[in-house]
Structures are given as C-alpha cells and as structure tokens.
Ligand binder design. Structure first.
Ligand code: GLC
Length: 652
C-alpha cells in the first residue's frame, strides 16, 4: 500500500499567482449554453466570489500538482450544477440575494430524526401541520442519507452522499418533501457529515481494495509510535465506548484516523480531491431543495501534529471556500457550523478569525445551552451571565442557534473557560451539575444519565429535557407543575436569546426518556439513545388539553413562538445586554431597544425593582408580551422558575 502520510500543511505561499482561470474559454463556453438570465446571475456571482475562492483554495492546495487544472474543473462542475437548479430554486436564490437577512426574521427551528418523528421522509411531509402549529420555519432533519450498517452513530456514518437511506425513502421523496416544506414556508436543513464517512462508503471500500487514489482520501499512520505521538495532544470524543483516535486496519497494516467510532473514517482534507467531492455532494443536495446544511464536526477537519487538531486555520479556509461555492451556485442556502466548542473559539466560524470573510451563517451556542442547565442545577445565574458576557457581537447576516436539548449529550466542558476565569476550583461545578442531572445528588429531581464520564472526569449528560427538569420523578401535582415551569423557563430563555432557536423533537410534548425496554432494543451501546424517542401519538393527542403537562408545555411553546412573530424587537439581531438585578437567581437580559427578558432559575419567588435596575430616570412602563399584562416595574414578582418577556418604554 502506498504510504499516504497525514499531510501537515506545507508552509503555503499566500501570494496567489495571477490566474487566467476566471472566465477561461471553457468556463465561458459553459456559461454560453445557459439562458441569458441564469448566465448573467452566474457571471455576476463568479466575478464577486472568484478572488476569495481562489485565495482560500490556493492557501489549501496551491502547492499541489496541477492546481490550476483542478480549480478549473471544480469551477466547471460548480457552474454545471448551478445551471441544473430548478426555476423555483433559482428564484429563491435571487430573492435571498436581494434580502440576505431573510433568515433573521423570527425564524424558529425544529430538529428531528425523520424515522422517529414520522417514519420516513414522506411521513415528515404529513407532519407539516404540526410544525405549522408551533410556528416552525426551519426543519433540521438529522442524517437521512444512506448510512453504514447499524450501529452507525445515528446515521452519522454516511455510506453515500448521493443516496437516501432506503428505509427513509428515495431521492424523489426528498425533492417532494423540500417542495412541500418550501410552500409551507419551512426551510429544510440537512445534516452534512463533512469530517468522516462510514467504512462502508465506496471510497473506504476502494481504499481497502488497494486503490491508491482512494487511499489518499483518508489518513494513515504506520506505527504504534506514530499513533501515540499523535494521541498525546488529541482529545477523546467517546473515551469510554470508542477510546483513541485511530483504528488498526489489518488489510492495510496501518491505522486510519477515526476521531469518533472506529467505523467512521476521517477524510483527508489535505487532498484536493476530497474537497472537490464534498463540495459537489453539497451542491447536488442543494439542487434537491435542501436550504441549509448543518456542517457536522467542522472543528475536526484539519490535522496538525502537536496540536489538538481542532479549529485549525485550514478549517476556516475550507469553510470559506465552501461558502464561496455556495454563493456562486446556490446563494439561497444557509451554512450552519456544528462546532461544539467554547464560545471563545466560535467567532472564526462566522468568518471573524485570522482570515476574515463570509463563513457560516449560523453556529450552535453550546455554552449557553450547557450554562442554562448548570444554572438550573445551581439555582444561580452567574454562569449564564459569564457566558453572555463572553459572547461576541456577530457580523451582519450571522446568528446564533440557541437550543435546550438536541440528539447529543449536554457537553459540560465547553464551559471550562468561563469557570477557569472564576478560579481554579470552579470546574467542580460541572461534576456537580452532571451528578445532579443523573439524579445522584440529594434532592435532585432529574432523571438523566452521565455520558462518557468517570468519577474524576466529567464529560456529558443524556436525557430528554422533561426527564432532566423533573417530570419523570414528579409525584405530586405541585412537583409536576414545577417541572413544567422549568421546561418552559429553559425554552423561554433559548427563544429569547437566540437568532434561530431550535425545538428538539418531543420537547414540545414533554416527551420523556426512552424506556429501558426500548433502550435494550437499540443497537450499539450509545447512551445518547436515551433521548432519541419515537414521536408519541398519545402525547400529541393531549397537546390541547391544558390539564396535562403535554398540553401546558405545548401551549407555552406556541405562545413563545407567536410572541416572537408578533414582536419583531424580540428577535432583533444585535448584542444582548445582561442587567444587574441584584438577585443571583434571576437573569435579566435586554435585547434591542425595548425588549427585556427575566428568568427566575430558583424555586423561590423573587420581587424585583426594575425601575432601579434599568437606571431609568423617568417612569417605566412594562408590557408583558406573553400574558398581555402591565406589571408594576417597582414590585414585579417572579414566581419560582418563571420567565417574563417584557416590552419597556419610558415616559417623557
Ligand atoms: C456530531 C453529531 C454527533 C455525532 C458526531 C460524529 O457531533 O452531532 O451525533 O456522533 O458528530 O459524526
């Protein structure tokens, strides 16, 4: 087998030579075959994007043999795929180019596995009325492309970027679904697993069969010593169920890089062929009507010896090049970074790193999510205040994706930077929070489970939100009511602070954990299955019954969603300001000119003097936009675990 070393970046020469590629005769000939309007749009976009695209790709691959020919081929494929976009997608692109902030207008997301939510892609289309009722405008479906034989990490081991998982449907079903969603005002977001493929993907199979072209799509390490040299600085994602970052492949007498499970082979982005394949796959899916991509595990794309191989500069060149290609071929499409990193590492994913330029439109605010859970356990809001204080303002057209739960565990370690700033002993708070949510601390109402943690090292927590807030353990109506209030509080915060907040399937119906009997039927040993339940028709049937937790949570989420739509200030892009309310259990956040969110994370009622906190010299009028009340600013009482969304105005 040819030795394909992990390529450390050759110190690149960033001064790209002038290129004759822009509008080369073959690209010109291709454009000339198109209808005049499409041609004009593509010429305009190519000319706007060419310099950035060339620069980022030259940084990455300028030193490789035949770079110019490779780039010309990439552009030609991109223009061909652009020319195949249907008329309605072409129109969508034009509309969104005219209104690039379209996704910042009170969008609300929903995230689900297609099979668990609705059986199949066709089933998902049947659930559009449910999404409508919630006010959802963005549907993130977890991986639905053909996956490797289970266990396959919930579909995150992709066996083909071109085919749909047969149990979920066909390419035609996907196109139908995207059309139906689009006409219902809902954008479909597809997961796109960038970092790795299943060992059953054709590329991996050909590599195993000895094809050097495909062997070069992966990373190979040839000795245990090399493995341990790399491992010294690498993190462990699944330290207990899939320790280490390399898997020995006997047929190759070498180790391949497997950051996640051994059946997920990391792609070698130092190879330009990998970039081109992935870019094409993204564009093909866009042409099926996918309007947004969740770029999975983006932080891991580039490997550099001696580093933790996370967030390397090349990752951002790759993402910026992808953004440029999208801006040429499918500018209506959004890119979302799945980089579950501390907040301080996220600005580059919005293009604010060393190499500036448009990158992702969205990124998960994982620290804010984890901090909200810590605050709930501690009944103190300091950690959320610290995270918000560390949260930078974003460039125009970029937003945070806020959430309460998702299909992954709540990862605690993203909060280390905020805690370390408070002192050397503060990380213990994460261990305590994990114990609390596993129901292991005295008085804990939570029924989650620790994930990949040991007594000495905390990692994550699994469990549906409703189990974590105490619904599963509630014995009395009072305990049940408090659990509902906690769940609504968590969503009130996520929907108040987020640019694009996300509801995790089942939370709107207070769905609980997967039962032990069902867990036993799930393949593999992944504890995250605990919070991957099947949509529950009986809970759904109760959604309008306000005497049930299902009905109470559903009504509350619908109210929050409606308030966001009716009060644009509640979603205005821009920085959030934390208010000092003089109570360590209550978070006060200002957004825009007039909106104020109050969130009581404790089991005790709190009386607030907002007049003082707002430092208002004139009288302040408050309108509670959820309850249509006008509370008194000097003596506003927040019940236990209550949230208020207020509009403020001063007289005079
Ligand atoms: C992302 C997914 C997670 C998966 C991992 C590897 O983090 O959210 O579920 O295990 O990528 O693909």
């Amino acid at each position: 087998m040819p030795c394909m070393p992990v390529i450390d970046s050759v110190a690149p020469d960033f001064t790209a030579p002038s290129t004759s590629l822009f509008m080369s005769p073959s690209l010109r000939a291709l454009l000339n075959t198109l209808a005049p309007e499409r041609r004009a749009a593509l010429e305009r976009r190519l000319s706007a994007q060419f310099d950035t695209l060339h620069d980022r790709l030259f940084r990455l691959y300028g030193h490789t043999h035949g770079f110019d020919a490779w780039l010309e081929q990439l552009l030609s494929q991109t223009l061909q795929l652009a020319s195949q976009r249907t008329a309605d997608l072409g129109q969508l692109d034009l509309n969104r180019e005219e209104n690039p902030d379209w996704h910042q207008a009170a969008m609300l997301g929903y995230c689900a596995y297609a099979d668990k939510f609705a059986g199949s892609l066709r089933g998902v289309a049947q659930r559009i009325p449910h999404l409508h009722e919630l006010g959802v405008t963005y549907l993130h479906l977890l991986p639905f492309l053909k996956a490797g034989t289970p266990p396959n990490d919930g579909g995150f081991a992709v066996a083909s970027y071109e085919d749909i998982e047969p149990a979920l449907g066909t390419g035609a079903d996907l196109q139908d679904l995207t059309r139906q969603l689009r006409s219902a005002g809902i954008s479909l977001c597809s997961d796109f697993v960038l970092n790795h493929v299943s060992h059953e993907h054709a590329w991996a199979k050909k590599a195993l069969a000895g094809d050097p072209h495909y062997q070069a799509y992966f990373h190979w390490v040839h000795s245990p010593e090399q493995v341990s040299t790399w491992e010294q600085s690498l993190p462990q994602i699944f330290p207990q169920t899939a320790p280490g970052n390399f898997t020995y492949i006997p047929a190759q007498k070498a180790w391949t890089w497997t950051t996640f499970y051994p059946y997920q082979w990391d792609l070698n982005y130092a190879n330009p062929a990998v970039f081109a394949e992935v870019a094409q796959a993204l564009l093909k899916l866009s042409n099926q009507g996918v309007e947004s991509f969740r770029l999975d595990s983006t932080a891991f794309l580039w490997k550099r010896i001696g580093t933790h191989c996370l967030n390397q500069p090349e990752v951002h060149w790759i993402l910026q090049a992808i953004r440029s290609l999208m801006a040429i071929a499918a500018p209506g499409v959004l890119l979302k970074a799945e980089a579950i990193m501390p907040t301080r590492d996220l600005p580059p994913y919005f293009g604010l790193g060393e190499t500036r330029g448009p990158e992702c439109h969205l990124a998960y605010h994982a620290s804010l999510m984890s901090a909200s859970w810590v605050a709930l356990a501690e009944q103190k809001v300091q950690i959320i205040q610290d995270v918000l204080a560390n949260t930078p303002a974003l460039p125009d057209g970029a937003s945070w994706m806020s959430y309460v739960r998702c299909h992954d565990d709540i990862g605690w370690n993203v909060l280390r930077p905020e805690l370390d700033l408070r002192g050397p002993d503060q990380r213990e708070r994460l261990l305590k929070a994990a114990q609390f949510f596993a129901g292991e601390s005295p008085g804990s109402y939570a029924r989650g489970a620790s994930f990949q943690s040991s007594p000495l090292s905390v990692h994550g927590t699994n469990g549906m939100a409703s189990a974590l807030v105490g619904l599963a353990s509630a014995q009395t109506p009072m305990q049940q009511a408090l659990a509902v209030d906690r769940l609504v509080l968590m969503y009130s915060l996520a929907l108040f602070v987020g640019g694009l907040p996300l509801i995790y399937m089942g939370d709107e119906l207070a769905l609980g954990n997967v039962s032990p009997a069902d867990m036993a039927t799930r393949l593999g040993t992944d504890g995250r299955e605990l919070h991957r339940p099947v949509f529950d028709e009986s809970a759904f049937a109760l959604r309008h019954d306000l005497s049930t937790p299902q009905g109470q949570v559903f009504a509350a989420l619908c109210d929050l969603s409606r308030a966001r739509r009716e009060h644009p200030d509640l979603c205005a892009p821009g920085a959030l300001t934390v208010l000092n309310l003089g109570h360590d259990t209550v978070l006060g956040v200002r957004r825009g000119q007039r909106s104020l969110g109050l969130f009581n994370f404790s089991a005790e009622p709190v009386s607030l003097n907002l007049h003082q906190a707002l430092e208002a010299s004139q009288a302040v009028t408050l309108t509670d936009v959820l309850h249509s009340e006008q509370p008194c600013p000097d003596t506003l009482v927040l019940p236990p675990y209550a949230a208020r969304w207020l509009e403020t105005s001063t007289e005079g």
